[in-house]
Design a protein around this ligand. Structure first.
Ligand code: ADP
Ligand code: MG
Length: 726
């Protein structure tokens, strides 16, 4: 007997390919934008809406504009180009005000949609030939009726405006495809199978629509306010989920125990007295915060945020000293150990050298582990120097607890690296170093090492509250005394030569300069690195041949091998290279005190905080430093932004300005912080961020494991919990 087959319900997890017949190009396109399941498609949001208010009358079309028109097909024909043999479809469309010709190339199928007398909606670019406007390759959709009923006039009153979502497109996937497939999912009843992860009381508290309502409103809004409400809800959702993940991480961390570290006062004073300077009040304050955490017996999780040059290394070194002079709980053997992780080999090498400086004659040994090898200080033959050793030997010492301090790159979190008694993990400029990495370092379940994250990336408070929700924050908002404020100048084509003369004079005076090439944005990272390398090489060529033939010019970019980079940095440090041409993405925080000039080309392409960080490279000494910000952009907003560089007091101020002056979408949240453009809209809104934070904290306090909220747990496990290295 045949069993009647019921149509299966579409669930959010159902792969789209099971629901729709998709062509190969469509499958590829969807994969590219990360859409696999029905859920993915529903969460693919429009970037904007066109409304019927934007609909133009044919008679009013102006060459060069993008326009949407509604009209009736008068005639259409398809032919092949005389020479090119390219299929071409032509149609004449009319509305109550006139008619216009439309032309499509390579789209023979389009003629099938152009039935004489039928209504169509066209969106495209208005071109002109022999004085008459026409639309070339416009987007075509058939519609049953004019958006505002059947009157002759296309004028409508405000309240009758209809909105159409516009989705980001990719090859094989048009905005229209997305729209129609979402509507099909709706009509197949998917909304009935969707459960809102956000508890209803939270939504009610902030007047946010439910998930099903929001999905309908964001994809098919009846009015602008609906679309806005929906966007607000999804923005809240994103920030709330991140907060929830971070708050949970924080709570779970505190359930572990941490080593009690109570430094001996005199010993600590002796150590800080070794430095050739007096710590700033900010540095003292930071140490106070850290030692207060160290006392508690639970693992510290603290972020030390301070501009480049504010002296974070001093704080790190002092905390490290206190740690390695403390015995572990069981007190069986040796002292606690410190891991200090830097984002690049050059920086790791630099920290290694600084630490050698700070720790020499203390009998505290220091190791360096990077992708290129291992080193140890002091060397047997030279008590003041380091020596290369085998990786295996270094790892053995680390595992036996015989090496107190290990500095390195990502190499430190490899499986083969086993600390005996890791007490403190310090990471420099790693925004997304989560519990997973921490426990990898610890490799013990019961005791988690203390964790000190350091960053010079100034970010707005709302963003910090969100992405660093798992950490306590200490600001180093004071520069060491005696620093001359950097002189920053905007340079355009007209005053370039004056800048060049000044650079020449400074270099002749013994100083050195960085030239930073414009950033080239490319979705494909390999391509991006290649393009950036190319522009560095070209710029270095230009400078060495045309501008400063008398000076030595070096290059530094991401395509170079580690030892090539290291060699260049050494030459630059030694002063053998006068001008270093580099990309922006690498080696922030490189320390060459004699480099006092930085030239930043194409500055309008950078964020303010990024520019601020770049110029931080040259405030490493007491020589007057100069930053030249080059732009040929006359855009008012970018001028205003760049001018702020000459007036703002610190990086935090600039990051806030960036958030207000640039659209949230321009802050490239996805790339840097893993936050979508929509989520960045929430970041602009302090109230929303605080609401999300309050609610997340409340839930976690009530139910740390989120056992009563399986859907929330599911979401954060999937999306936000396991923060990865960038
Ligand atoms: P950051 O890592 O915060 O960018 P560093 O720790 O590299 O900064 O310090 C920058 C420079 O300032 C170093 O040369 C360091 O020796 C020096 N420095 C740090 N603290 C002080 C201080 N309190 N007074 C004077 N110089 C300092
Ligand atoms: Mg630093």
């Amino acid at each position: 007997m045949a069993v009647k087959k019921t149509t299966e319900a579409i669930l959010p997890t159902t792969p789209l390919a099971d629901v729709f017949r998709l062509t190969e190009p469509q499958k590829k396109g969807l994969a590219k934008i990360g859409i696999v399941t029905a859920y993915d498609l529903l969460y693919y949001f429009p970037t904007r809406y066109t409304s019927t208010a934007e609909i133009k009358h044919i008679a009013n079309l102006i060459k060069g504009e993008d326009a949407t028109i509604y009209g009736r097909v008068v005639s259409s024909k398809t032919s092949k180009g005389f020479k090119s043999k390219i299929p071409m479809t032509e149609a004449v469309i009319e509305d109550s005000t006139g008619h216009i010709k439309c032309v499509w190339f390579h789209q023979a199928y389009i003629s099938k949609m152009l039935i004489e007398g039928s209504m169509v909606k066209l969106s495209g670019h208005v071109e002109e030939r022999s004085g008459s406007p026409y639309l070339a390759n416009p987007d075509l959709a058939r519609t049953k009726e004019l958006p505002i009923g059947s009157t002759d006039s296309l004028f409508q009153s405000e309240d009758e405006t209809i909105f159409y979502p516009v989705y980001p497109e990719t090859r094989g996937i048009t905005s229209r495809f997305i729209y129609h497939h979402i509507q099909k999912l709706f009509s197949k009843g998917i909304l009935e199978n969707i459960v809102d992860a956000i508890p209803a009381d939270i939504l009610a508290r902030y007047h946010l629509p439910t998930l099903t309502t929001s999905l309908v409103w964001i994809h098919t809004p009846q009015k602008e306010a609906d679309a806005l409400s929906a966007r607000k809800r999804f923005a809240f959702e994103e920030v709330f989920m991140i907060q929830l993940a971070r708050q949970q991480e924080r709570a779970l961390t505190k359930e572990h125990s941490g080593f009690k570290i109570v430094p001996e006062k005199n010993a600590l004073a002796d150590f800080t007295a070794r430095f050739p300077f007096k710590p700033t009040a900010s540095q003292e304050h930071a140490l106070k915060d850290i030692f207060a955490d160290f006392k508690k017996g639970i693992p510290m999780g603290r972020l030390l945020e301070g501009d480049v040059g504010s002296g974070k290394t001093f704080v790190a070194a002092t905390a490290a000293y206190a740690t390695v002079t403390t015995a572990p709980l069981d007190n069986k053997f040796g002292n606690l150990q410190v891991a200090y992780m830097a984002p690049t080999e050059i920086l790791a090498e630099q920290h290694f050298k600084s630490f050698i400086e700070y720790f020499k004659d203390t009998n505290i040994e220091i190791g360096l582990l990077t992708g290129s090898g291992a080193k140890k200080f002091p060397s047997k033959s030279d008590p003041n120097g380091a020596t290369s050793i085998s990786r295996a030997q270094l790892l053995k010492w680390v595992a036996e607890g015989n090496l107190p301090i290990l500095i390195g790159t990502h190499a430190l979190i490899q499986k083969s690296v086993q600390f005996k008694n890791l007490g403190l993990a310090i990471v420099d400029e790693q925004h997304r170093f989560g519990t997973a990495q921490r426990s990898k370092l610890a490799k013990k379940d019961e005791v988690l090492p203390h964790f000190l994250s350091m960053t010079a990336t100034p970010i707005p408070r709302t963003l910090a509250l969100t992405i660093y929700g798992n950490l306590d924050l200490t600001l180093l908002d004071e520069m060491p005394a005696g620093r001359l404020p950097i002189k920053t100048e905007l340079v355009t084509k007209t005053n370039r030569s004056r800048m060049e003369e000044h650079i020449r004079a400074e270099i002749n005076n013994g100083r050195q300069a960085y030239v930073i090439c414009p950033r080239i944005d490319e979705p494909d990272p390999t391509k991006e690195a290649a393009l950036n390398a190319k522009s560095v090489i070209a710029e270095a060529d230009r400078i060495a041949t045309d501008v400063f033939p008398e000076f030595n010019v070096g290059i530094l970019h991401g395509k170079m091998k580690p030892d090539e980079k290291e060699w260049v940095m050494e030459e630059f440090k030694k002063g053998a290279i006068n001008i270093l041409v580099a990309t922006s993405v690498i080696e922030v925080g490189v320390n060459v005190p004699n480099a006092t000039i930085i030239v930043i080309e194409g500055a309008e392409r950078f964020g303010l905080s990024q520019l601020h960080q770049l110029r931080g490279r040259v405030i490493r000494s007491n020589h007057q430093a100069y930053c030249y910000v080059l732009t040929d952009s006359t855009n008012e907003v970018s001028q205003k932004r760049l001018k702020a560089l000459t007036t703002a007091k610190n990086g935090f101020e600039l990051s806030e300005l960036d958030l207000t002056l640039r659209g949230a979408g321009e802050l490239s949240g996805r790339k840097q912080w893993g936050i979508s453009d929509l989520g960045m809209e929430a970041i602009k809104n302090i109230k929303m961020v605080e609401a999300a934070r309050t609610e997340a904290a409340r839930l976690i306090a009530e139910d740390t494991s989120l056992s009563n909220y399986p859907l929330l747990l599911d979401t954060i496990l999937k999306n936000h919990r396991d923060t990865h290295w960038e």
